[in-house]
Design a binder for this molecule. Sequence first.
Ligand SMILES: [Zn+2]
Length: 240
Amino acid sequence: MVSCCICSKSFKIECVDVSNTQARKIHKKTGLSWTCKCCSQVGNDINELKEVIVALQNEIKLLKSAISTTSQSPTNSLLDTEKIIQEISEREKRKCNIIIYGNNEENKTSKNEQLAVDTVFVKDVLSSLSVTDNDNIKPIRLGKFDATKTDRRRPIKITLPSENSILSVLRMSKELKKSTRFNNISITRDRTPMQLELYRNTKIELNQRIANGESNLRIRYDRGIPVIISSKLPVSPTVN
Ligand SMILES: [Zn+2]
C-alpha cells in the first residue's frame, strides 16, 4: 500500500502509477513522497490560482498608480482653473494686437534706426488696408535685435486702437497678396502659445489627410478654433 502525503488515503500499489522501487523508498521515508491523482490535481489548480492572484495584484497596483496620477485632487482642479484664467487674460491682452510677417529689416545698425523704418513701414501697410487711425502705432520686433545677422525678418507686433480695427485689418490683409509692394507680407492675430499649439496640431492632421489622398482641404477658424474644411471649388455655370 502507498499513502498520499496530502490526504493520507491509502492506495494499493497495483492501482496507482508507482513502481515497487518508488514504493520502497516512500516506505523508508527517504524524503520521497507521493500524492494521489486527486490531490495533485488540486495542487495544480492551486498553483494556477496563485498565478491568477499575482497577476491581479499587479493589475491593481497599476490601476492604483494610474488613478493617483489622473485623479482630480482639489489642488489639481484648482490648478486647472488657474491655467484657464491665465489663458483668458493672456488672450484678452493680445486681442488688439496683430503680427506682421515677412518684412525685411534692411540691415539697420541700431534699434532706433530700426524702429524709425519699421514705424514708416507699418503705417504704410495700415493705410494700404484703409486703417487711418495709426498715429500712436509702436511697432515691436519680436525676438532679439542682432546687427550681425543678414536678411533679418523678425515679425512685427503692433497694437491697434480697437478690436474692430483688428477685424478690418485681418479681412483686408488678403488683398496684400495682390499688391506689388506688400505681396510678401502676411498678417495674423497675436495668438497665445496654447492657440499656436492647437493650430500646429490641426496642421499636422491636415497634412496627414492630404498625404492619404484627400484634396481641397484647408484650415479655417470657426469661432476661434481651427478646423479642417473641404473647400470644393464652386462649379462654374455652363455658358451657352
Ligand atoms: Zn490524496
